[in-house]
Design a protein around this ligand. Structure first.
Ligand SMILES: [Zn+2]
Length: 161
């Protein structure tokens, strides 16, 4: 268990873009970096981030907290990250930029969203960094179901390691 009691922050390397988006959706502060191993290691140390990688060379560097991802399916990767950190994730973050989301009322969201969404949804959030607006739609529900399945093997149909 890495730093129990501290809300974990991650930096995912270039091979793990999808995992980074999922972790943001779960509420984890997660940078996605396509920089060199050197720069990733530097940022991880200076910002106290846990490195997520499938690269054994990067994982073996000294002075880093690393989770070496061995699973290839997203569900199992999420489960593997989750198994290494103690804090359950809370509020979802922006999947596009890792910014924090705040709830906004329908009136403020309305000019920026399709009419049918405004008519059928009431729960809107806006990214404080890039101003993107999110609502709980079918895509979000689908991802939440897949994540739930990753944590509960009994419901994990079509779950391949
Ligand atoms: Zn954003």
């Amino acid at each position: 268990m890495l730093n129990p009691g501290v809300e974990p922050r991650f930096i995912a390397d270039a091979m793990l873009g999808k995992l980074a988006r999922w972790l943001r959706l779960l509420g984890y502060d997660t940078l996605y970096s396509q920089e060199s191993d050197n720069l990733i290691a530097q940022r991880a140390r200076s910002e106290e981030r846990i490195v997520l990688t499938r690269d054994r060379g990067l994982a073996a560097r000294r002075g880093l907290n690393v989770i070496l991802l061995t699973a290839t399916s997203l569900e199992l990767q999420v489960a593997q990250v989750h198994a290494n950190v103690a804090i359950p994730p809370l509020t979802p973050r922006c999947v596009a930029c890792n910014g924090t989301l705040s709830p906004i009322p329908l009136e403020l969201a309305r000019p920026h969203i399709p009419t049918y969404i405004a008519a059928t949804h009431s729960d809107f959030h806006q990214c404080q960094q890039c101003a993107k607006i999110f609502w709980r739609g079918t895509h979000w529900e689908g991802i939440c179901r897949r994540i739930a399945a990753a944590f509960d093997p009994d419901t994990a149909s079509g779950f391949s390691p």
